[in-house]
Design a protein around this ligand. Structure first.
Ligand SMILES: CC(C)(COP(=O)(O)OP(=O)(O)OC[C@H]1O[C@@H](n2cnc3c(N)ncnc32)[C@H](O)[C@@H]1OP(=O)(O)O)[C@@H](O)C(=O)NCCC(=O)NCCS
Length: 182
């Protein structure tokens, strides 16, 4: 398996897989497939342009894109220490082979090398048990649940808010060690 950053040159394969994801699992992603289908290919390609704040990873098996994940930082200057994981999807025939685990491992590996990042957040629909188990196995914890976060065709979906602290600093008043000492 090869895990690498996607670029605008991967747009056709990325878009194909993203649409499979949105059609198969609309509640997992919240974005309607019809909205994504209407986007110009150039707009999708520019999404794949890596920047300081965002990138997509792809998992390739025998050269075929079978899994995707997005990492981004929060927008505001005073929130850049928080990262966000989203859009994780593995094509059904390739599931239970460690593809998602490899994608999340690479995102966390990169995040831990960046000392300005302190925690990673994500949201997951409460009935997406596979994804919840996966994230929990990396140490992500549920810290809240947003009721009726969105609706699709009249059905309302709840979302868990999950987070993973990446590091604590001795000088940090919020650090775990200081909290324990109190
Ligand atoms: C969730 C998803 C990404 C997992 O992909 P995958 O490549 O099959 O996952 P992996 O093989 O890497 O499995 C990693 C871990 O995920 C969990 N997991 C995966 N599938 C699971 C299932 N069907 N039931 C319970 N846990 C599951 C397990 O903890 C597993 O670890 P283990 O194999 O050591 O038990 C995939 O099922 C998927 O694309 N689902 C639909 C989209 C989705 O829910 N995305 C998340 C949005 S936040």
């Amino acid at each position: 398996m090869t895990i690498r950053t996607l670029t605008p040159a991967d747009v056709e394969e990325y878009r194909g897989l993203r649409l499979v994801a949105l059609h198969e699992q609309p509640p997992a992603f919240g974005t309607p497939a019809e909205k994504e289908e209407k986007l110009a290919i150039e707009a999708v390609a520019s999404r794949l342009q890596e920047s300081e704040d965002t990138y997509f990873l792809g998992a390739f098996l025998e050269g075929i894109l079978v899994g995707i994940i997005r990492f981004s930082r929060f927008d505001e200057a005073n929130e850049k220490h928080r990262g966000l994981v989203a859009g994780l999807y593995v094509k059904p025939p390739f599931r239970r082979r460690g593809v998602a685990r490899a994608l999340v491992t690479e995102v966390l590996h990169r995040a831990r090398r960046d000392s300005s990042l302190r925690r990673i957040h994500l949201t997951v629909v409460t009935d997406q048990n596979a994804a919840i188990h996966l994230y929990q196995s990396f140490g992500f914890c549920i810290y809240g649940t947003e009721r009726e976060a969105f609706s699709i065709e009249g059905r309302f979906y709840d979302e868990h808010l999950m987070e993973l602290p990446l590091q604590t600093k001795a000088s940090d008043g919020n650090s775990l060690s200081q909290a324990k000492a109190k």
